[in-house]
Design a protein around this ligand. Sequence first.
Ligand code: NDP
Length: 298
Amino acid sequence: MSAEVIDGKAFAATLRVRVAEFAATFEQSAGRKAGLAVVLVGDDPASRVYVASKGKATLECGMNSFEHKLPDDTDQATLMALVDRLNADPLVDGILVQLPLPKHLDEQAVVERISPDKDVDGLTPISTGRLVLGLPGLVPCTPLGSLMLLKDRLGSLSGLDAVVIGRSILVGKPMAQLLLAESCTVTIAHSRTKNLPEVVKRADIVVAAVGRPEMVKGNWIKPGATVIDVGINRLPPEEGSSKGRLVGDVDFAEAMAVASAVTPVPGGVGPMTIAVLLRNALVAAHRNAAVALADGAI
Ligand code: NDP
């Protein structure tokens, strides 16, 4: 039996259309467009590409995009002052500081400076606390996108056994909190976990966020499980090719033979991340402008 491929690209496209519709009604109600500010320090090529595609996607769904590109040698005080200005700017609803920052900057201090009401990456301590406490707040984009894919496929997740492999602040920990809030029985595995294949085998839901190419094998997976592969890894180039293939943390072909549904890499969780970023910016805009938005509407 072959599993279903979860089409994150199609889901993300639908979400972006919904965001654009809500962005238009927001503009009518608030008398202004929602706005997302993105801050890039230095010229790391991958970060530049991410920032450009985020800016383009923001404009495409009818929001304002404010890009702030600062030189590599920007000092801490200048960056903090920019965050303060964006926090105070009524046209800016969301602030995203592209990580990683150059080594001389204190990344944690910069993230903590972002107003929790504009924290579209959901990484400030206040956003993290709100998530743990079950209070309304902004949630990191990749785990929230992964949860949307799971709920779309499975409906209620209540009572299901979930294993999250990885405990990063960006993915693993918030993912586990979101699954717990859906009443899953959650196990968080990491590099010190003993007998990882056996732990994974118990799970109805497996979320792999490790950064190790094709680590999760087919014989680790419980028959019929749903597998969300967050990992993005580039393999070394094959002969005659300049670029290696992108693979996830799960052996896709093996998982497809055992699971009931699997996200591919690319085209699974990846496209959800930007779509949820846009969604978060618009949710923040509604709150900041005191325009009503039903829970879970977008
Ligand atoms: P981190 O490196 O921050 O965290 C990796 C986690 O995996 C750690 O908790 C680590 O454990 C755990 N780990 C490492 N080796 C093993 C192992 N052998 N067995 C079990 N657990 C292990 O990565 P991120 O969470 O930031 O990202 C994870 C992956 O997701 C990466 O491939 C990244 O590129 C991708 N990603 C994709 C996104 C998307 O949009 N699709 C967005 C963000 C990330 P320990 O804590 O013990 O060290």
